[in-house]
Design a protein around this ligand. Structure first.
Ligand code: MN
Length: 647
């Protein structure tokens, strides 16, 4: 029968396999009889097509047949050739679907035919734009599986958003136990309002398999990739040195957007100082906004974004251990993906490697934005992204805050107007002499900030960071920086209070030190200042030994106008600062280890600024050897440690 050929059925759309595949099996004249999956609905059938059917009832005027669990209809006696009982199977042609939903079939005897199975292809709804009360089917990836005391909650992501789907088996019993994180699924259910957001009450949740899963996964990945594209925005200040870095920031913005869109949490660690805060706050603002935009659950940002300062100027084992515990607990208790770690204003050096290695045991991705002198050979194999001006023949004058404001704008350009003063604060805070500083200060002036205000904000952040220690302090920090702060007066009062305290504490510290600073003139002409910060500085207060040494150093540089080296030491550590002297601290550390192996010298940092540790009993030997090496160092007026303050 020619009207029943594969050509006719080709009009049924995506649900049938490629016509070629069918004709390859049979001949072109053979009919196709569809075998519907049990969950097929009216959407999957078409008038004129043939179906395998089972009799579910016999009446005077004909028989009722099922072609799927949900699709049944009448074969009227006038269209029936044989005699059938309940449970018998036959082939039927769909003749009519009436407006009232009644379905009419006729018995068919196609002779030779090919059977094709048909899977249910529901009309899919996008997560974004779901309306309470609607019955919908959503296709997406499972990004969370959480068992509550009641239903099982599946977080399902499509390219438009992420919605929680509540499936109830029995109180506290895992529904659909075969469905796991990363599976592609079809979820059908009713959209409901819950805790101020939308949730899908699940009627059925089906894990896709084989080719369908693969195709769905490809669609999802492609759509996410498209949506992950960063915004097309130019840097706030045009700056040639910044161009190649901006490209790297675009790539990182794409990675972070993709991370959020795929439901993976993000954990930020940052240097606990002014520049570190100016880096972390803008990124937090942009990413939290994106999380809220992507998730139907209004509390998602709270669970999926965490920012914490690092006390040390590198990623310590203590920090990574906390981060790992938190991540693994989130997976175990809340069925979340493991996070991506984003390191800001830290994280480029060999000292970060052990902590990074610990994360790699769990395949946790790591991205870094930093302007400290990097050890690319050591960290590159462990990082998924590394933005650092030194990788583009630039240096620390491009501060992390400057880069991260641009990163935030690439993630979500709507944050721009709130961040115009932040690069200037970052630059002043890190004493940057970048060529773009004038442009940044002008930009801040347009937003109503004078240079003295900007400097005070940086000092206030630094002071707040000291007392916050391991805490996030979100509101306090946002108010001090005036980002996401709703009360400008409070911002002004807070900055004045904190920066005054900071200045007072620095003065107090320098006064305490003053008569104990040892001074000598090196053969090179440089001044060498030495201070035992453990004996003569106030302890456990602001500024800590690193910053105390830095403040003393800056004071002496101003006073003398000559090349200066400053060493602030404690029982088992020394902080080194220099201006106008060609130091190479990493090499000095290597040499000290060869000359005094029993002193256990470690640390380093950058060429002209750093901190080292050693065993207490060998302090004088280490300091003497260190001073000897510094005395040999050449004068180079261009070298300054002023902008590379490590605490
Ligand atoms: Mn910095």
């Amino acid at each position: 029968m020619s009207e029943n050929t594969a050509g006719d059925s080709g009009t049924r759309g995506d649900s049938s396999p490629e016509p070629d595949a069918v004709t390859a099996e049979g001949t072109a004249d053979e009919a196709i009889v569809y075998d519907l999956a049990p969950d097929c609905t009216l959407e999957d059938i078409e008038t004129g097509a043939l179906y395998h059917a089972a009799v579910n009832g016999v009446v005077e005027y004909g028989i009722f047949v099922d072609v799927s669990d949900g699709v049944s209809g009448l074969v009227h006696a006038s269209n029936l050739d044989g005699e059938y009982g309940v449970g018998d199977r036959l082939i039927v042609r769909l003749t009519d679907v009436r407006d009232n939903g009644d379905i009419a079939f006729a018995e068919a005897s196609p002779g030779g035919y090919t059977t094709e199975t048909v899977a249910h292809e529901p009309t899919l709804s996008r997560v974004r734009g779901l309306v309470p009360g609607d019955e919908v089917t959503v296709e997406g990836e499972v990004v969370q599986t959480k068992q509550t005391g009641g239903p099982t909650i599946f977080g399902v992501a499509d390219a438009s958003g992420i919605v929680s789907c509540a499936a109830f088996e029995e109180a506290g019993v895992r529904a659909y136990p075969a469905v796991e994180l990363g599976d592609m699924v079809h979820v059908s259910g009713t959209v409901e309002t819950r805790d101020g957001g939308l949730q899908l009450e699940v009627d059925s949740l089906k894990r896709l398999s084989g080719d369908r899963a693969e195709a769905a996964s490809e669609r999802f990945t492609a759509a996410i990739e498209e949506r992950a594209d960063p915004a097309d925005v130019d840097p706030l200040v045009e700056w040639a040195a910044f161009e190649s870095i901006h490209e790297d920031l675009r790539d990182l913005a794409r990675l972070l957007r993709r991370t959020v869109l795929s439901g993976r949490p993000i954990r930020v660690r940052h240097h606990a100082d002014g520049d570190g805060m100016c880096a972390a706050i803008p990124v937090q603002l942009a990413l939290e906004r994106l999380v809220r935009d992507v998730h139907e659950d209004p509390d998602a940002a709270q669970h999926l974004f965490k920012r914490l300062p690092s006390k040390a100027p590198y990623y310590e084992m203590e920090d990574v251990t906390r981060d790992l515990n938190f991540a693994l607990e989130g997976r175990a208790r809340h069925g979340r993906k493991l996070p991506l770690l984003l390191m800001l204003d830290n994280g480029s050096t060999e000292e970060d490697v052990p902590a990074y290695e610990n994360l790699t045991h769990y395949d946790i991705p790591i991205a870094v934005v930093d302007h400290h002198h990097p050890d690319p050979d050591a960290v590159a194999p462990l990082l998924d992204a590394h933005v650092n001006p030194y990788l583009h023949d630039e240096d620390y004058r491009i501060t992390t805050g400057m880069m991260c404001v641009e990163l935030a704008r690439l993630i979500d350009p709507s944050v721009s107007s709130e961040l115009e003063h932040v690069p200037a604060v970052a630059g002043l805070s890190d004493r940057s002499k970048a060529e773009a500083m004038d442009g940044y200060i002008d930009l801040a002036a347009e937003a109503g900030y004078e240079q003295a205000d900007l400097f005070d904000i940086g000092e206030a952040l630094d002071y707040a960071a000291h007392w916050l220690r391991y805490s996030e302090g979100k509101t306090l920090v946002n108010d001090a920086l005036n980002v996401g702060c709703d009360d400008p007066e409070r911002h002004a009062e807070l900055v004045e209070f904190l920066s005054d305290r900071a200045e007072r504490d620095v003065d107090r510290q320098l006064e305490a030190l003053d008569e104990h600073v040892e001074h000598e003139r090196l053969a090179s002409g440089a001044h060498l200042y030495r201070i035992d910060v453990d004996e003569y500085a106030h302890r456990f207060t602001y500024p800590a030994p690193g910053k105390t040494t830095g403040e003393l150093h800056d004071d002496r540089v101003q006073e003398t106008g000559d090349p200066v080296i400053t060493i602030g030491y404690g029982p088992d550590f020394a902080v080194l600062r220099s201006d106008g002297v060609r130091l190479d601290i990493p090499t000095m550390v290597t040499e000290l280890n060869e000359e005094l192996p029993e002193a256990g010298v470690s640390g380093g940092g950058h060429l002209v600024v750093g901190s080292i540790k050693f065993v207490k009993g060998r302090r004088s030997a280490v300091i003497d050897a260190l001073v000897g090496k510094m005395a040999d160092a050449e004068i180079d007026e261009a070298l300054s440690s002023t902008a590379v303050i490590d605490d």
